[in-house]
Ligand binder design. Structure first.
Ligand code: FAD
Ligand code: NAI
Length: 507
């Protein structure tokens, strides 16, 4: 009984200490310290983008060493791994957004932010042309920003391969607006299908949800959508319960090509159980307002054209190069053979340029276009830039000491020793190893509270799928969220959708 009393007291004291710590954390978050003002003698470091690459660089960068300017049409960081959950309301969109203003306000030295799209980079004049493409514009909405150092982290846009009708009729899944549009359209299809006197063919079309692309985006979205239907829509709109269908179309022989064979099979069998139809070896060739036209290759190698009526079409066939990146590549002869983005060297310097670096989906460094790669590249650049600033400071100190040495010939030994110490320090700082990517594994949600994971662990690979993996998936993504605020909001969303179901109102 005495031990129980001590345990109770300990719990009580820890709960109070925990609450004080949390309250202090929130206070600090809401009341950031005064920041150092920009120093015109420092170099101008311009960062394009506010995604994984850019924000990971910002997070680790000692901003007092540079005059930092961030330019992005999006004034927030988006935690993309949970974007598929926003399409059905499992997670609310604001829970996975972190305002860039809050990120930069917590840096030691002030950072400028311009909400704008960079439209042209001039590597000769070292300038970036920017354009405010938001709804509200002032008298000035286009201007130039000079840079001494430039980091390009503008990501990629959606690949359509020039297939007719894709841009006009399908939804993408890359940005918050895309997820909101999908969420609206799902319920619009459901409500329109139940409209009085709707013909059976039209009901069937409207409730056919087609996803093109069997990469992780397409698979995760298909899983979330089927969950939404099975766990919520079916309850509130029972009359459509046998008519709602999800079809995933993939040009290759299987979905999730980056996962091991065992997990591909597991995903395909789970989809079968969930009643999601997978059409592999089927390439979409044309999209119209109400149909998808695809070419399927049969087991005998014969090609058959299939026309599928759809209500909602989500297009997830990977990445394409952004116009600003294409334009810069066309200005640099060393980039003429690069197709998928800016070819960079092992220090992420854009090949054929000086003082320009690139990270993430717009850079070609030999890795897959993932958040993991982009964030490790951003963190690498922060270390590189911090070191460059330190070495410049040490070089200046050595130059100053050498001058003193010349002027005061009497006291040479002590000064020479000090120079030697600084030179040693300089060698250590300058010895930066090239960028090395550490793959921590791949994770994907596949619906009905199951996930697949190919994880690198203790120098080996560990492939697993199922409900335990789903808990791992949730805890891994929760820990990767940008801030405590994001983590708290995501957990509350998960609890809310579990307790009350997802909201089926159409905003
Ligand atoms: P982004 O994060 O896309 O950021 C690009 C930034 O540049 C944005 O802020 C954009 O507004 C800005 N920008 C665009 N054009 C311009 C311009 N002209 N001028 C200035 N700024 C510009 N990867 C994983 O590793 N794990 C996952 O679970 C995962 N899930 C994903 C789920 C979805 C639905 C999607 C779409 C992707 C997912 N990814 C995942 C991939 C990952 O999101 C990308 O690889 C990552 O976002 C790349 O980071 P980035 O910084 O290069 O680009
Ligand atoms: P992706 O490039 O991985 O997959 C696109 C798929 O679409 C390919 O399998 C391709 O064969 C198929 N395709 C292309 N054209 C087609 C057509 N006309 N008809 C039918 N199928 C067609 O693209 P995705 O899924 O958008 O992912 C982009 C990047 O983001 C990848 O690097 C991926 O690893 C990463 N990502 C990672 C996630 C995770 O780790 N959980 C989640 C989402 C994205």
């Amino acid at each position: 009984f005495r031990y129980l009393k001590y345990a109770w007291r300990l719990t009580y004291v820890s709960a109070i200490a925990g609450s004080i710590y949390l309250a202090y954390g929130v206070y600090e978050l809401r009341n950031p310290d005064e920041q150092l003002v920009p120093d015109p003698s420092k170099k101008n470091l311009v960062i394009l983008g506010s995604g994984w690459g850019a924000v990971s660089l910002l997070k680790k960068l000692d901003t007092e060493n540079y005059n930092v300017t961030v330019i992005s049409p999006r004034n927030y960081f988006l935690f993309t791994p949970l974007l598929p959950s926003c399409t059905t309301g499992t997670v609310e969109h604001r829970s996975i957004m972190e305002p860039i203003r809050s990120i930069i306000r917590h840096k030691k030295a002030a950072v400028k932010f311009y909400e704008a799209e960079a439209t042209k980079i001039d590597p000769e004049r070292k300038t970036v042309l920017i354009n405010d493409n938001s709804d509200i514009k002032g008298d000035t909405s286009t201007t130039e920003v000079p840079y001494d150092m430039l980091v390009i982290s503008v990501g990629a846009e959606n690949a359509t391969f020039g297939i007719p009708g894709v841009r006009e009729h399908s939804c993408f899944l890359k940005e918050i607006g895309d997820a909101q549009q999908i969420r609206k359209k799902i319920m619009d299809c459901v409500e329109t299908a139940t409209f009085k006197d709707q013909t059976p063919e039209e009901v069937e079309r409207l409730l056919h949800m087609v996803v093109v692309g069997g990469g992780p985006t397409g698979v995760e979205f298909a899983g979330e959508l089927q969950d939404f239907f099975d766990q919520d829509i079916k309850k509130w709109v029972p009359e459509i319960s046998d008519k709602f269908r999800v079809t995933l179309i993939e040009a290759l022989p299987n979905v999730l090509p980056m996962f091991s064979k065992q997990l591909i099979d597991y995903t395909e069998s789970t989809f079968k159980e969930e009643k999601i139809t997978i059409k592999t070896k089927t390439a979409v060739k044309k999209v119209t307002e109400k149909t998808v036209e695809a070419e399927a290759t049969g087991p005998d190698g014969k090609k058959v054209t299939e026309v599928m009526p759809y209500g909602l079409l989500v297009w997830a066939t990977g990445n394409a190069v952004r116009p600003i990146v294409k334009d810069l590549m066309s200005q640099i002869p060393a980039q003429k053979d690069s197709r998928r983005g800016l070819a960079v060297n092992e220090y992420l310097v854009v090949q054929g340029t000086k003082d320009i670096w690139a990270t993430g989906d717009c850079a070609v460094a030999g890795y897959a276009p993932t958040a993991q790669v982009a964030s490790q590249e951003g963190a690498f650049l922060a270390r590189l830039f911090n070191n460059m600033a330190k070495s410049e400071a040490v070089e200046a100190k050595i130059a100053e000491l050498s001058q003193t040495l010349n002027l005061q010939p009497g006291d040479t030994a002590a000064i020479a020793k000090e120079i030697e110490t600084h030179e040693k320090q300089l060698r250590r700082i300058k010895d930066i190893k090239p960028f090395h990517y550490t793959h921590q594994g791949s994770l994907a949600y596949i619906g009905s509270e199951r996930a697949v994971a190919d994880v690198s662990w203790l120098n080996g690979n560990f492939a697993t799928g199922g409900q335990l993996t789903y808990l791992f998936w949730r805890s891994a993504y929760l820990s990767m969220c940008f801030s405590t605020r994001n983590r708290v909001l995501v957990v509350l969303d998960w609890l809310k959708s579990k307790a009350f179901g997802r909201d089926v109102s159409r905003e």
